[in-house]
Design a protein around this ligand. Structure first.
Ligand code: SAM
Length: 339
């Protein structure tokens, strides 16, 4: 097992397959125009598969396909099948906004995808229009239904923003219950395209627990034994469970085994990292698998990132980047890093 300077294993890899997205969520991609990664820099399926195989040879067991919107990448089921066949990959998941999921759920299941997480910030179509500039709420719901129909275990991701959707916590829990899909409430983070972020819009884990216990009664933590999981899980008195990803107010850097590969092969050791490591250049200039493995292992051994914890120490906390900084390097975007 390869561990970093804080003893954290190289355990899970998020693979962004495109930086393009078909939503414009206020907390992620609020601008009209974006600087996209150059087309020729985007890794092919074979290149992605080769890198994931090298990561798996070093201990990565969990792989999550993400984006941008991963279902915008042509023939994602084909890539899914290639990654699913890699020795050592035990948990293959997808994070999607669900818009294109209904059509592809069956094919993804057949390809060997294990789990699906769908982003669902609101149950109100009009609110989705304001929040994500899309009137395709029904397609998201159809995607969730199709994923369940195809036999997936589905989770729902909700970024909670004060004054935007924090009045829907109970409705989302009930929707999750009715659809056998566990909800994970995510604290609004100040990273990437969150240029409108301010601390007062963050609905903290504490706020969420207070609101839910006011409605349901005492909420108890669920111990899963998976210390590297980003979400803390909780149980309502009636047995329903949900998760909270408290990256903003109670970060979990100490147990973070996650790293991120962008669609152009840049490897980030932390969501907040200033820079990533270019794996595309050695990959395309003939490096052997052993050389790539050496580079990845040596880099991971030197990792000491605790980005979210360091942000906690910032006194007047504001968005990490403004638009100019993001345009200067699109790798700083959440939609490029894969969230
Ligand atoms: N398009 C896919 C989706 O919508 O799930 C995958 C990419 S998206 C960048 C991955 C996750 O990042 C989503 O669950 C999204 O809600 C989350 N995300 C993006 N910006 C965020 C922010 N500022 N704070 C918290 N979560 C954020």
């Amino acid at each position: 097992m390869i561990t970093d300077r804080l003893g954290r294993p190289l355990g899970s890899l998020r693979v962004s397959v495109t930086d393009r997205c078909n939503l414009r969520c206020r907390y992620c991609m609020p601008e009209q125009e974006y600087v996209w990664l150059p087309k020729q820099s985007i890794l092919t399926f074979e290149e992605i598969t080769r890198l994931v195989r090298v990561f798996a040879s070093l201990g990565v067991e969990k792989v999550r396909l993400t984006g941008g919107e991963p279902l915008l990448r042509h023939d994602l089921p084909a890539l899914t099948a290639m990654v699913a066949r890699i020795d050592g990959v035990r948990d293959l998941a997808l994070t999607t906004n669900g818009l294109l999921l209904a059509k592809q759920a069956e094919a993804l299941r057949r390809a060997g995808l294990g789990r699906v997480t769908v982003s669902l910030d609101t149950l109100q179509p009009q609110r989705m229009r304001d929040l994500a500039r899309s009137d395709r709420h029904a397609d998201v719901l159809a995607g969730i239904a199709a994923a369940r129909g195809a036999g997936f275990r589905v989770k729902l991701n909700t970024v909670v923003m004060r004054g935007v959707n924090d009045d829907e916590l109970v409705d989302l829990i009930e929707f999750g219950r009715a659809n056998q899909a566990e909800v994970r409430f995510i604290e609004y983070m100040d990273v990437g395209g969150a240029t409108g972020w301010s601390a007062d819009q963050v609905v903290s884990q504490r706020d969420i627990l207070e609101a839910l216990s006011a409605r349901y009664g005492a909420v108890t933590p669920v111990t899963t034994g998976d210390l590297s999981a980003p979400a803390e899980r909780f149980r309502l008195p009636d047995g329903a469970t949900f998760g909270i990803v408290a990256s903003t107010t109670a970060p979990f850097c100490r147990s973070c085994d996650r790293s991120r590969l962008t669609a152009d092969g840049t490897w980030f050791l932390c969501l907040y990292a200033e820079r990533g490591i270019d794996l595309r250049e050695p990959l395309r200039s003939g490096a052997s698998d052993a050389a790539l493995a050496d580079l990845i292992a040596a880099t991971w051994r030197g990792r000491s990132d605790r980005g979210a914890e360091e942000r906690l120490g910032v006194v007047h906390r504001a968005p990490l980047y403004q638009v100019d900084g993001l345009r200067a390097d699109p790798h700083r975007e959440m939609h490029t890093r894969g969230g």
